[in-house]
Write a protein that binds this ligand. Sequence first.
Ligand SMILES: C[S@@+](CC[C@H](N)C(=O)[O-])C[C@H]1O[C@@H](n2cnc3c(N)ncnc32)[C@H](O)[C@@H]1O
Length: 278
Amino acid sequence: MSTAREYQFTRRDFDYLRRVSNQHTGIVVTDDKFDMFYSRLARRVRALGLKSFADYCDYLEAPTNAGEITELVNAVTTNLTSFFRENHHFEFLAKKALPEAVARNRATRKLRIWSAGCSTGEEPYSVAMVLAEQEAMLRGWDVQLLATDIDSNVLAQAAAGVYPVSRLDGLPASRLKQFFQKGKGTQQGKARVREELRRKIQFDQLNLMQPLDIERQDIVFCRNVIIYFDKPTKTMLMNRFADVLADDGYLIIGHSESLYQVTDRFELIGQTVYRKKR
Ligand SMILES: C[S@@+](CC[C@H](N)C(=O)[O-])C[C@H]1O[C@@H](n2cnc3c(N)ncnc32)[C@H](O)[C@@H]1O
């Protein structure tokens, strides 16, 4: 059975588009993503008033249309996330990583945490909630929580901090009350992260394929991002994280990810939790 498509989409178009997106993002697009590419990018072909995917490839080639790369990247990223996803990482943060960093940084009273590949913001807001709950430990500290992603759409959603209430299902009542508000200009069925929590996070667009101009970090969350990269790209990025992290700083990755045979600059100390070696 053949499915009629609105636009012609050939294997050649697919190969071109996945090559361009790979060059920009590091994401390896496998053969089974053919249909996904079609459905996500047909919108762009339509919006630009083009006749086919071949035209779209030509359009991307023109230097004057370089901005379209952002649209391509936004269309091909996978942004699945949730609040307190893999909750054991947040327990580790509260019980071990944070007290250790506080002890280590007594003299400077500075704490730096980075959510790299933050998607729509659930991960950095979860970190911010843990920090707020550990406020006594951090009183008078200079705390910076950086949240970055390559995808400008998800980043805008993250910065707005507005979520359908269904996304907050697993959160206990105490966190809902302390950190979210409904009503007051928020649409029906949506909740907004309270301003006090939102302003604790700096949201920036950042492509992890480019050299990192980032200050020394105590803890880096980069979860469910490298899963889409090939091994040399993983090695390059993990070594850059090692350069950015403080000695004994922590790198936290996703449940199906591993640094085994990727880099030896970290030691595994818990479930997908790595400590930078001195
Ligand atoms: C599946 S989400 C993970 C979200 C969150 N870290 C979590 O684990 O729930 C992966 C995110 O990585 C981002 N990403 C992919 N390639 C990237 C790159 N080269 N630079 C920065 N972010 C990238 C995607 O845009 C996407 O939002």
